[in-house]
Design a protein around this ligand. Structure first.
Ligand code: DGL
Length: 276
């Protein structure tokens, strides 16, 4: 089974992309909808919340967990890697975040070496994308924009309304001035507005979704690590191929509304409420 962690509902876009690329595996999704949003919180709080989530997956003996949440990947994953995942004796579990695969894909794609990133306040403040891009190629110039109003607009289903478009235009005005040829959508929710981003930026800017980049890199990772791949199917129930388990920390009803909206699957009876 593969674990997918998000601060709430947005990570369902990543789960959707992973199921599309790798439908044969079982997935356990955890959305911390009690404490969402993470994006406006301090690094210390995001680290604490993400550590609670990581322990949830450790307790379930999940061999591989994806941090689908950009904010948790940016502000907490380096800390958690250091604390739990570097020393081989502490745990043999693996955790992958979204920043590295997305940065690698963006670096491969850019021609003019100007990459913009849009995400939550915490993601942009962490400079996680910038650091990763500079490890790959120090000559790449990076411009980050925090867009805190987009997540609630998308969750309210307003993303195709003129009000959302005009707010996005304001956020993208400095991006246009920077003239990148790649824009990283550094938040789980933004793929839902992908078409509006493309429309405002025009054909010269490639709009890069973190969800598909993560799914592609997961497929590649499993090919390169057969020892992990074999663990994913070790305890699988052959009578239930492709099991999807949804867990959340607050209202399962609200969660299932989003699961239907983002994924087209799931109902309240199949979502389990858990405590972290
Ligand atoms: N999942 C978060 C992200 O990708 C967005 C929602 C939040 O702020 O918690 O950054």
């Amino acid at each position: 089974m593969i674990g997918i962690f998000d601060s709430g509902y947005g990570g369902l876009t990543v789960l959707k992309a992973c199921i599309k690329a790798l439908p044969q595996y079982d997935y356990l999704y955890l959305g911390d909808n009690l404490r969402v949003p993470y994006g406006s919180r301090s690094p210390e709080t995001i680290q604490q919340f993400s550590e609670d989530a990581l322990k949830f997956f450790f307790n379930k003996k999940i061999p591989l967990t994806i941090f689908a949440c950009n904010t948790a990947s940016a502000a907490a994953l380096p800390y958690l890697q250091e604390k739990y995942l570097r020393t081989p004796n502490v745990t043999n579990k693996k955790v992958l975040g979204v920043i590295i695969p997305v940065a690698e894909k963006a670096a491969r794609r850019t021609r003019n070496k100007r990459i913009a990133v849009i995400g939550t306040r915490a993601t942009i403040a962490s400079k996680a994308y910038e650091k990763e891009l500079h490890k790959i190629d120090p000559s790449i110039r990076v411009f980050g924009v925090a867009a805190p109003l987009l997540t609630p607009l998308i969750e309210e289903g307003w993303h195709h309304k003129p009000e959302a478009r005009s707010i996005l235009k304001k956020y993208l005005a400095p991006v246009k001035d920077f003239a990148p040829d790649v824009l990283i959508l550094g938040c789980t929710h933004y793929p839902i507005m992908h078409d509006v981003f493309e429309d405002i930026l025009g054909p010269r800017v490639h709009v890069l979704d973190s969800s598909t980049a993560v799914a592609d890199s997961l497929a590649d990772y499993l090919k390169r690590h057969p020892e992990i791949e074999s663990q994913l199917t070790k305890n699988a129930d052959p009578s239930k191929p492709g099991t999807r388990i949804f867990t959340c920390t607050d209202s399962p009803e609200r969660f299932s509304e989003f699961a239907k909206k983002f994924l087209g699957i799931g109902d309240a009876t199949t979502v389990q409420k858990v405590q972290l």
